[in-house]
Design a protein around this ligand. Structure first.
Ligand code: SF4
Length: 297
């Protein structure tokens, strides 16, 4: 079933209302709209864009991928029942900023400690999630602060956001890391919970409006890494002028300690990560069409 655009936007704004309600309950004021909620900061990140970066993981996500390895990121408020910041893949240590609503200035001050590393390595700051556009005003403010300090920025997005919001980001973002999962719309709804139409339309818009884009494809075994899905990605991405590269993100199982639902745990156990040789073959399949490919972020 396909929902009209108006309904999709209503769904997104409902999520934003939830975020606002949480801010109100924790600050006593819904007018402090530029404060936001993050669940972690990762310093010295090398897989979230070029150079050495700090990645800011923002709370809230409108999608519902059943294999989600960051369940703690999906709700706007910190969750009692999920261990936060123990993801051994990223070797993150929990930041105090994750405890409550934070001002954009607090986050940027923290990141500014590493400006010399960004300058030497061509790095900067990456806003990730969840979906960073779920907290649009907070994100905008942080991007503006980064511009003011000449810090290069990247936004790691699902693309499931109002088009006008993405348009407003183009001039403030140096690089979009854009997730593409499943090209078949029905399968996308089935596995991710929403249609992919808005995501594909937004990607086209960014890539033809002068934005720099790197596509990120999480290789979920048997779901996103199939030949038909990769071929459909090739056909869609090839004509887009702004796409610089496709990153193939290999599937890992390190997050499974977070999963408490036995049914989901069994489903995840059935996902067999591909071998290095199989992932290389996928990379070559894309490269054969003239696309630049990187394995990993
Ligand atoms: S987009 Fe990422 S954070 Fe959101 S549900 Fe999917 S895997 Fe989880």
């Amino acid at each position: 079933m396909h929902f009209p655009v108006a309904f999709r936007h209503l769904w997104l704004y409902c999520h934003r209302l939830e975020t606002l309600a949480w801010r109100y309950s924790t600050t006593g004021s819904a007018t402090v709209i530029t404060k936001g909620s993050i669940f972690d900061l990762k310093r010295f990140a090398i897989h979230d864009g070029p150079g050495i970066r700090t990645t800011v993981f923002m709370r809230g996500c409108p999608l519902d991928c059943w294999w989600c390895h960051n369940p703690e990121s999906r709700r706007p408020a910190p969750s009692e029942d999920v261990e936060v910041g123990t993801n051994c893949v990223c070797r993150r240590s929990r930041t105090a900023l994750a405890d409550g609503p934070v001002a954009p200035e607090q986050v940027i001050d923290e990141m500014a400690r590493d400006i010399p590393y960004y300058e030497q390595s061509g790095g900067g700051v990456t806003f990730s999630g969840g979906e960073p556009l779920m907290q649009f005003d907070f994100l905008m403010k942080m991007l503006q602060l980064c511009r003011g300090r000449s810090i290069r920025t990247a936004v790691d997005t699902t693309g499931y956001a109002p088009t006008e919001d993405l348009e407003r980001l183009i001039d403030l973002v140096d690089l979009f890391l854009y997730d593409l999962k499943i090209m078949d719309d029905h399968a996308h709804e089935q596995h991710v919970g929403v249609s992919n139409r808005l995501i594909l339309d937004n990607l086209k818009m960014l890539a033809t409006r002068g934005a720099r884009v790197i596509i990120r494809v999480p290789l979920i075994p048997g779901i996103t890494d199939t030949d038909p899905n990769l071929d459909a990605i090739i056909q869609f991405v090839k004509p887009l002028p702004g796409v610089e590269e496709i990153s193939l993100l290999t599937y890992h199982r390190y997050f499974r300690h977070k999963v408490t639902d036995p049914e989901l745990a069994a489903k995840l156990a059935g996902l067999q990560p591909k071998t290095q040789a199989e992932v290389s073959a996928m990379s070559q399949r894309l490269e054969a069409h003239g696309l630049r490919v990187k394995i990993g972020g």
